[in-house]
Every structure is written in structure tokens, then in C-alpha cells.
Design a protein around this ligand. Structure first.
Ligand code: SF4
Ligand code: SF4
Length: 448
């Protein structure tokens, strides 16, 4: 009886949640972050009988529908073990996300059976969410099979506005196609809900206006009302658009490109943290909207001495730690191609504080930023209506391996092919970017 009373007091002061087959999540009600302990240690500490009562009496957060036992495993007994090291953060509304999620954009580089193993291994380690957008829809069936076995343990992020005609990624603002695209994703992943639904990739003011007035935000809100999605958000690379979305007051979470290469901008010959980006993160925090991070390595730019703006490469754990230290950030979603990529990413959890420490970027001798486009738009207006920053951005992303960037480039109203090489933009660029050369490069790279 004494044990039971102790347990009840214990349960009253802590949130308790089963997070995977062998871990238990504990968090103080007032603490934002919790801890994961091994189930066997928890049982040892509390006494097996008491634990039986707790587990029996506790309403585990199983966000949706049926709970299917996870009877599969990654099967690779030699794989490194990260279980018990994974950290979690809490969304408004209670769901807990592992601070690293699985980005599926490059999963098509693995076979179907490898994809199932990657998802199984992620889940076994405690990774509990995955972004599902990808350049080809081919892996969807394997992903759906893997998800079905652990649907309550692996939260999904699906994108509203993404569609895969002929199995190939594209995006749309046509409401009918938006609906069809979302239904296609649900069907393809063999599920009837997504834990998180994001209005996809809104970077331009006119596109934002279409989302607002064309019924897409209404559709997304309806999905939330009827329980097809639990959390509503958007994805964007733009501070301005993100701020506009936050002002709607309906955003729970958003996916944002966040890393030191984008956050630090040249000011008086030095790199400084961008004030507008800093304010965006604070605004999100104030409103209780969470950020999940894409492009955590700056499209790979930060991982090399030659392309890092800090004159020296950052390591993957340093990039991840930087992102997780920003206000409102709950998780990072590095894209993984295979099991090696996944274990490299998860090595963050075993990195020491010294290995995660990125403070050198503040005092590093900053690399000369001349010639590097930072997408500031100072070169506008182009008399031929070319969004020069967008051309540069999609070219950089595509060259860094972003499989979605080409489609976004091809949807620009004017592309590099429309450039007349008049040179009007060149003197307006404070960073001496060779814009004419970039236009030629983009034209050749994208074929228009
Ligand atoms: S050089 Fe090309 S991009 Fe620059 S202003 Fe002229 S047409 Fe526009
Ligand atoms: S070309 Fe220069 S001015 Fe134009 S967006 Fe890039 S950095 Fe800014």
C-alpha cells in the first residue's frame, strides 16, 4: 500500500508516458524538457508490482487510432545503440517530439527493405517523428508498411499542397489538387491521419495570399477540426512569410530553414546574428508555436572549411546543437539516405558537450562573404521581373542535393532564361555576387 501511495504521488507530480517498447518518459509538469529512462531501470526503481499498477492505470498518450505492437526490428544487431540517449521536447497540446526526427526526402536512395529497417531502427532508438515529403513517391508503400507497425510511436508530418502526379513530387495551390494530394499521401502511407499537417513551402507574398484567399488555410483548419491532423502549421524559408502565418494565430508548428549560415549576415564587414531572424524565433516562442528545422547543415555548406562562412567547418552535432538552442525549436529533421546517414545523425546524442559546442562561430575569423548570395533582395527590381534571390536560392539548394528545389525553381514566374543580361542588378548587390554568371549557371543547370 505504501508503494501504491508513493506511486500515486509520483504520478501526480510527473507526466508519465510510454514512448517506446523499452523506455518510459518522465517530465515535471513545469519543466519543458523531460527525460527518458530505460523501462527496466524504472521497474527496478519503482518495484514491478507498482509499475504494473501505474501502467495499467495510466492513459498513455497514443495520439491516434489503433496501437499495433512493434514486432519488427532493424535486425542489425551490430548497429550502434542510442536508446535512452534521445532527448524530447513538448509541443503545445502535449505531444513530445524527439529532438531529432527522420527526414525522408532522400530515402528513395535506399531499397524498400532498407527503408523499413531505417524506420524500425529509428523507432527502436526513440526517434518518434518523420517528415514524409520526398522527391519520388516510390518509397511510400514501404514507409506505410513500417509506419503501420508502430503508428502510435512514429508521428508523421505530411504536407498540404504536395502532390505526386506520376509518382513525382510537385506542389500546387489549386484547392482541388491540394485535397487530392493530401488524400493521395494518406492512402499512399496507408493511414487515415497525420499527426502534423503543414501547408507546404510558402515563400512568396503572392503565394501566401493564395493560401489565405484560395481556401487552403480553411481546408487545413478543417482537417484539424475533423481530426485528420492534430497539429497545423506550414513550411517556409522566409522570415516575412513565417511572421505573417504566426499572426493568423492558428499555427501550432512550422518547418523553417534554420542554421548559422542563414542566421548570420554580414554587417560592417562582420557576420552578426540577423535581428529579424532572432525576433522571429522569439515571436514563435511567445506565441507557443514550435519550430522544426530543415536545412540544419545549411545545405551542406556548413560542413566544409571552404564553404562555411565561419572559415572553418562545423560538425553535424554542432549544427544540430545550434538549432536546438534557438527559441521555440523542438526538433531537427536532417534528411537521411541510408542507415549510415541515420547513425551519423544520431551520434549527436552521444556527443559530449565539448563536441556539441559551436561557440567558435562567434569569434571565428569570418570568411569573406563577397560573391556569396545571402538572398537579401537588395539587387531588385529586375526590369524583367526575375526574383534574383529565389533563382540563387534554388540553384544553391539544388546544387546541395535538395531534390525539391528544381520543382520550385521551375514554378517561378520568371526564370534565369528570361534574363537579358542588362546588368541593372549588378551594382545594387552589396556582396558583389556575379549575378550574370549565376543566371547563366541556373539556366544551364535547370534547363530554363
Ligand atoms: S541582368 Fe538579368 S537579372 Fe539582372 S536586372 Fe538584368 S535581366 Fe534582371
Ligand atoms: S544577388 Fe546580391 S543583392 Fe541580390 S539577393 Fe543575392 S546577395 Fe542580395
Amino acid at each position: 500500500m505504501a508503494i501504491i501511495s508513493g506511486v500515486l504521488i509520483f504520478k501526480k507530480t510527473l507526466d508519465l508516458e510510454l514512448t517506446s517498447s523499452d523506455t518510459v518518459y518522465l517530465s515535471g509538469k513545469k519543466r519543458r524538457y523531460g527525460i527518458i529512462i530505460k523501462r527496466r531501470d524504472f521497474i527496478k526503481a519503482m518495484g514491478a508490482g507498482a509499475v504494473g499498477i501505474i501502467l495499467g492505470g495510466c492513459r498513455f498518450k497514443s495520439p491516434w487510432s489503433t496501437v499495433t505492437p512493434d514486432n519488427t526490428s532493424s535486425a542489425d544487431k551490430n548497429a550502434p545503440d542510442f536508446a535512452g540517449t534521445v532527448e524530447y521536447r513538448t509541443l503545445r497540446g502535449g505531444a513530445k517530439l524527439s529532438t531529432i526526427g527522420l527526414g525522408a526526402s532522400a530515402l528513395h536512395e535506399s531499397s524498400a527493405s532498407q527503408i523499413e529497417k531505417i524506420i524500425a531502427f529509428s523507432s527502436e532508438q526513440g526517434v518518434n517523428h518523420m517528415d514524409t515529403v520526398m522527391s519520388h513517391f516510390g518509397p511510400a508503400e514501404a514507409m506505410g508498411r513500417a509506419l503501420k507497425r508502430r503508428r502510435d510511436k512514429m508521428l508523421t508530418i505530411m504536407h498540404i499542397g504536395v502532390t505526386y502526379p506520376r509518382q513525382t513530387y510537385t506542389w500546387t495551390r489549386d484547392l482541388k489538387e491540394v485535397r487530392q494530394g493530401f488524400e493521395q499521401q494518406l492512402k499512399g502511407f496507408d493511414t487515415n491521419y497525420s499527426d502534423i499537417g503543414l501547408i507546404h513551402y510558402v515563400d512568396q507574398p503572392n503565394d501566401f495570399a493564395r493560401v489565405m484567399s484560395g481556401g487552403i488555410l480553411d481546408y487545413a483548419q478543417k482537417l484539424k477540426q475533423d481530426g485528420t491532423i492534430r497539429y497545423l502549421g506550414f513550411s517556409s524559408h522566409s522570415v516575412d512569410i513565417s511572421r505573417r502565418f504566426l499572426e493568423t494565430g492558428v499555427i501550432d508548428i512550422f518547418m523553417f530553414s534554420l542554421n548559422p549560415a542563414y542566421d548570420f549576415v554580414p554587417v560592417d564587414g562582420k557576420l552578426k546574428l540577423s535581428e529579424e531572424r532572432r525576433q522571429l524565433y522569439q515571436e514563435a516562442e511567445k506565441r507557443g508555436a514550435a519550430i522544426t528545422v530543415m536545412k540544419v547543415y545549411g545545405g551542406g555548406r556548413l560542413l566544409s572549411d571552404s564553404s562555411s562562412p565561419f572559415g572553418r567547418a562545423m560538425s553535424a552535432p554542432q549544427c544540430i546543437q545550434y538549432a536546438l538552442d534557438r527559441p521555440a525549436v523542438v526538433s531537427c529533421l536532417p534528411g537521411v539516405r541510408n542507415m549510415d546517414d541515420l547513425t551519423s545523425v544520431l551520434a549527436y546524442y552521444k556527443a559530449s558537450p565539448a563536441e556539441r559546442d559551436y561557440s567558435f562561430i562567434v569569434s571565428a575569423r569570418h570568411q569573406d562573404m563577397n560573391g556569396v548570395c545571402i538572398y537579401c533582395n537588395h539587387c531588385q527590381p529586375c526590369p524583367y521581373g526575375i526574383d534574383i534571390a529565389a533563382v540563387n536560392k534554388y540553384l544553391d539548394l539544388a546544387q546541395a542535393g535538395d531534390g525539391l528545389a528544381k520543382d520550385h525553381y521551375l514554378k517561378l514566374r520568371r526564370t534565369a532564361r528570361d534574363c537579358t543580361y542588362c546588368g541593372a542588378c549588378v551594382p545594387r548587390c552589396p556582396f558583389h555576387v556575379e549575378i550574370l554568371k549565376r543566371m547563366r549557371e541556373a539556366n544551364a543547370f535547370f534547363g530554363r
